[in-house]
Design a protein around this ligand. Structure first.
Ligand SMILES: [Mn+2]
Length: 450
């Protein structure tokens, strides 16, 4: 059956290329499963492009099933020609698994090298796939997540500059109208748009540092209009929401992935690109102190400094331009900090009134959690805050873990949030007391289970 599956797959992959139906886009046949009686064959395909293209392609393939069956009849001497049914292989994991499976099977077949397009499939990495998308298009929308941090803004800006260096046109997009964190004001984010452009149907969306679609915007329906959505990220729980996904879970920052992409595309590191990438790298690694500070991250830092990133200048901008209102907000959070379990868990909260009293904007609360994390003996810390704005969730909760066995993203997922093992978050409509109880309970469970 393995030989049959592979033979059918090869014929179909070949025959699809000859179909003239304009509905059919770029298709990869990831696998075929023929029933033992040869009556039916399920053909797994993945389609490059938007949801709309996927649907059109699937419809085109369905109507071509007769032509494809006769090709199988003609080219293979099977006892019976199976009836074809097409299934969309929407999981990249499955796609990779199927490709790997087929690769292994082909290795089993002596003197029968796999068809050319298959070795192409197995050799094309995610990085190359994204590079190909960029090479093949001229207009882009570079998007990042709401409440952006240094990696989000730095990676977004660097990506735009890199695209421009390639002669492409790119717009930066950030959802909502919350003001940008002041410490990044020195980055040239001019031209940043806060609503999706009308010509999105002519653009590729490159989403950087977004673990899932909802990080880009609360209402993501506009993404359906894009030619293709590309997801470039390093969160280990990334949902692979893109048409093309480049997710590197062990990258220190999205910037590190962007730099690898630039190497693939021969984009040189200008001082501006180096500065943007360095801002992303230095902030996401906690000034090269978090456990994601790998040798690769440090080598990248050296490369960026060589390319013109001003280490001390960036430090002054990012870390020594604290607004007075932020200092007052920090004081309030420190005052409210409560230890649990003998100080192994520390939780604090900021009320909407605290923001108003201090004259603070929402992004001023960024970084406060690091003061809680620095407390002696603390393993997990949480900051609950009520964003000072009317729309959106009532409370946002940030979690940090410095305990190897406590995965705070698992805790966040119980409330539909997510993140990394060491840094995660979620939103809630529960009261502050209920949220504290939940975190306390989950910490005890996770720490005991460890
Ligand atoms: Mn990041």
């Amino acid at each position: 059956m393995r030989r049959v599956n592979e033979a059918v797959r090869a014929v179909i992959a070949d025959a699809i290329g000859d179909l003239k139906d304009p509905r059919i886009g770029m298709v990869t046949v990831t696998g075929v499963a023929v029933t033992a009686d040869l009556r039916e064959a399920t053909v797994f395909v993945s389609v490059f492009g938007s949801e709309k293209k996927r649907r059109a392609t699937m419809a085109g393939l369905d109507s071509a099933h007769g032509i494809l069956q006769s090709r199988i009849n003609r080219e293979l001497s099977l006892r019976r020609t199976p009836t074809l049914a097409f299934a969309y292989d929407d999981s990249v994991v499955r796609g990779v698994r199927m490709t790997k499976l087929i690769e292994d099977l082909v290795a089993d077949l002596p003197e029968e090298p796999g068809p050319a397009e298959m070795s192409e499939t197995t050799q094309t990495t995610d990085l190359e796939a994204v590079a190909d998308v960029i090479r093949g298009h001229d207009r882009f929308l570079v998007a990042t997540h709401e409440n952006p941090d240094g990696d989000a803004l730095g990676s977004m800006l660097a990506t735009r500059l890199g695209l421009e260096a390639l002669g492409k046109e790119a717009i930066m997009y950030l959802s909502g109208d919350a003001p940008l964190p002041g410490e990044y004001a020195f980055l040239d984010l001019s031209g940043l748009v806060r609503t999706p452009p009308d010509d999105l149907d002519d653009r590729i969306v490159l989403a950087v540092d977004c673990a899932n679609e909802r990080r880009i915007a609360e209402d993501t329906t506009f993404l359906d209009r894009a030619l293709t959505v590309v997801d470039i990220d390093h969160h280990h729980d990334n949902s692979r929401f893109g048409d093309v996904n480049l997710v590197v879970g062990d990258a220190s920052s999205t910037a590190e992935i962007v730099r690898d992409l630039f190497a693939e595309l021969d984009v040189a590191l200008t001082p501006q690109i180096a500065e943007a990438l360095y801002v992303a790298l230095v902030t996401d690694t906690g000034r090269f102190q978090y456990s994601n500070t790998t040798p690769k991250a440090l080598r990248l830092a050296a490369e960026l400094v060589e390319a013109g990133a001003d280490v001390h200048g960036i430090f002054r901008h990012v870390y020594e331009t604290v607004q007075f209102a932020k200092l007052k907000l920090l004081a309030r959070a420190l005052e409210r900090a409560q230890p649990f379990e003998g100080g192994r868990l520390v939780i604090s909260y900021l009320l909407r009134d605290d923001f108003a009293d201090a004259g603070a904007e929402e992004p001023y609360s960024e970084g406060i959690i690091d003061y809680l994390r620095a407390v002696e003996g603390s393993e997990v810390v949480a900051l609950i805050r009520e964003p000072p704005r009317d729309e959106g969730p009532t409370r946002r909760i940030s979690l940090r873990s410095s305990h190897d066995e406590v995965d705070v993203s698992a805790i966040a997922r119980k409330r539909d949030g997510g993140g990394h093992r060491q840094a995660a978050g979620f939103s809630s409509e529960e009261s502050i007391a209920e949220i504290i109880d939940f975190i306390h309970h989950e910490f005890v469970r996770a720490a005991e289970g460890a």
